[in-house]
Each structure stands twice: as C-alpha cells, then as structure tokens.
Design a binder for this molecule. Structure first.
Ligand SMILES: *Cc1c(COP(=O)(O)O)cnc(C)c1O
Length: 352
C-alpha cells in the first residue's frame, strides 16, 4: 500500500494499456492483435554482441529511407512505433501543462503515453463519417502541441484525406505538430501522407515493422519527419534503442527480397480480407463492415457478445470493441492466413 503511494500521482491513477497479449484468452487462433500469421526467415551474426549497438543503425536508416523515398535525415528508428509515439510526447509536451489531441475511437497508446507522462488529452471524436473533425481540431490548436491522426485508423480502418491533412498542417504551422500514424499503410500504400513531408515541416509520420512486415516480436518502428524534428527526438531517445539483432533483422526485412516478401503477404491478406468482407456483408447478423484498409476488419454484429463468445469457444480470439463509445456490437477481426479465415468462416456459418 505505502509502496503504491510512493509512485507518482499520475502513475497511481493510471489504467495500464490492455494489450491483446495482456487480455489473453484461451485459444489457438490469435486474431486479436493485428499480427501477421508468419514472420519470414532471417539470419543472425552474433559475433559483435560484445559491442553496444549504434543508436541509429546506419544500414537500417538507409534502407528505410530508400523504401520511404526520403533522405536519411528524415528517418528515426525506435523500439516499435509505440516508442515513436512516446518520444514525440516526451520531446514536445510539457508535463502538467501541454495536451495532445486524439480523435476517438482510435489507437489506445496515444492516451496512455500522454497519461504516463503527465500530459493532458483533448479528445475531438471522429465525425459521423468517421473522419477527423478538422475545424474542431483547428479550434484546439492553441491548447495542443501534438495532434494524432491514425490512417488507416485502428480500429475503424478509415483513411484521412490529403486535403484535410494539408489544411490542418497549414493551420498548425508554427504551433503544433500533426502526427499521422501509418502503422497499416502497407495495406494501402497509395494512401500515404509521406508526400506532404516535402512541403510541411510540422508533419510527422509513424511507421512500424509490426504489421505488414510480420515482425511484431522484433519491436522496430520508424518516425518520418523534418530533420529538425528528428534531431530533437534524438536528444530524448535512449542511447541504445535498437538492439543489434533487431538491427540485423530489420535490415534484412528491408532488402529487395524482404520487401517482396512483405508485398506478397500484403497481397494475400488483402485478398483474404476481400473474401471475408463479401461473406460478412451477406451474414444475417452483420450490421456493418467498417473500412477495409488495414489487415483487419471491424464488424458490427447484431449480437456482438454472443458472436465473440462463439468464436472464443472455437479457440478463435478476436478483439472486442463493443464497450467503446459508438462501437456497440463491434468486433475487430485480424486477417490471418487461409486456414485461420476458414476457421472464422466455420463459426460464422454455424446454425444459431
Ligand atoms: C500496432 C500499432 C502501432 C505500433 O506498433 P509497434 O508494434 O509498437 O510498432 C502504432 N499505431 C497503431 C495504430 C498500431 O495499430
């Protein structure tokens, strides 16, 4: 009890992020964390593990810059996209004073990272069309340093449009950074906002190897931004954020062969997603299938809880969003491999 009281007040008040892993469940088919069904094969050279790694392994930075069509000064590598989010908040937001803007429903880590760092959260919910409410965000620009947009949005799958992002970037010039989280952009690469980096120094893009690259266990993510922003983040990042084995595997994932593997995975996932979407739309218990732009589908069922339980009984673990505002009956299904989707289909087709 007294140990708890020793902790910082905002930490005492904190509800930790309930990751899919922490929620857990009984099952053998894990479709609750937007992971890939396979990771690919990699080799490790362990002869240099006696040395500390480079803070920003040059081969990884060069490979990601080439992949993203940017210069190496516009790229930062970190311990997953989550560390990028955390670094942005720690670099730009004054604890007890500054706020971030989020647009709910969205990825939970923006709020968690803000809370753990004593930074306030202003929620400007998505509009009925599930788009960021640009005018309402602009109204908050004097109260915030960072605006988090997620595109494709987790869990709704919607994309932001470039005209909206540009308008926001212009209004925010010199006042706030606009962060576009593109964790799932490989599933719809034509929708990236990275092209705007050339025109807007206050744009930041978050990326990861956890989703399309199939490397959630690696913990490797990227921040794409103006070199000045990257330089500021480098002041805050720990000295050795990317372990040597992580750097080696990330570099392999970003070779021509690695990118081809990723693209083949994306193609397969997108096909399985299309098929599942068609079936879901014909299902009598499905009210709505949300935007299909990531490696997941958010689905509104007439009896969400019952469907979730039936899947769980069959060993299929999904992610329940039913208790989020506006998402009554909604369950998120990660697109796994063919066999996993067949198992989902079997449950969906069961007689009730
Ligand atoms: C998965 C995810 C991330 C980052 O994941 P890491 O595994 O930390 O790289 C960031 N944003 C969104 C929206 C995600 O779904």
């Amino acid at each position: 009890m007294s140990l708890t009281k020793l902790a910082r007040e905002n930490v005492q008040a904190l509800t930790p992020y309930l990751s899919a892993r922490r929620i857990g469940g009984q099952g053998h088919i894990w479709l609750n964390a937007n992971e890939a069904a396979d990771s690919g094969e990699y080799t490790l050279d362990c002869t240099r593990l006696n040395r500390y790694p480079e803070c920003q392994p040059p081969q990884v930075i060069a490979a990601y810059a080439a992949y993203a069509k940017l210069s190496t000064e516009q790229v930062l590598v970190s311990r997953g996209g989550d560390e990028s989010i955390e670094l942005l908040i720690r670099t730009f937001c004054e604890p007890g004073q500054d706020n971030i803007v989020i647009c709910s429903p969205t990825y939970g880590m923006y709020a968690i990272s803000a809370q753990t760092n004593g930074v306030g959260i202003i929620d400007v919910p998505l509009t009925e069309q599930r788009q960021p409410n640009i005018d309402a965000i602009i109204d908050q620009l004097d109260n915030t340093k960072l605006v988090f947009l997620c595109s494709p949005n987790n869990p709704t799958g919607d994309l932001v449009n470039s005209a909206d992002v540009s308008r926001l970037l212009e209004a925010a010039a010199g006042r706030a950074l606009i962060v576009v989280d593109e964790a799932y952009i490989e599933f719809c690469p034509e929708s990236t906002q990275a092209g705007l980096l050339a025109d807007y120094p206050n744009l930041v893009i978050v990326r990861t190897l956890s989703k399309a690259f199939g490397l959630a266990g690696l913990r490797c993510g990227f921040t794409l931004a103006n070199p000045i922003v990257i330089g500021l983040l480098l002041k805050v990042i720990p000295p050795y954020p990317v372990p040597e084995p992580v750097a080696q595997i990330a570099a392999q994932a970003l070779t021509e062969a690695g990118l081809a593997t990723m693209q083949a995975r994306v193609e397969q996932i997108n096909q399985l997603k299309e098929t599942l979407m068609v079936e879901l739309r014909q299902h009598p218990q499905v009210q709505e299938v949300f935007a299909p732009n990531g490696n997941y589908l958010l689905v509104r069922f007439t009896e969400g809880a019952a469907l979730f339980a039936r899947m769980a009984k069959a060993g299929i673990i999904l992610r329940d969003f039913a208790n989020r505002p506006g998402l009554t009956g909604c369950i998120r299904i990660t697109i796994g491999n063919q066999a996993e989707m067949d198992a989902v289909r079997d449950v969906l087709q069961q007689e009730l």
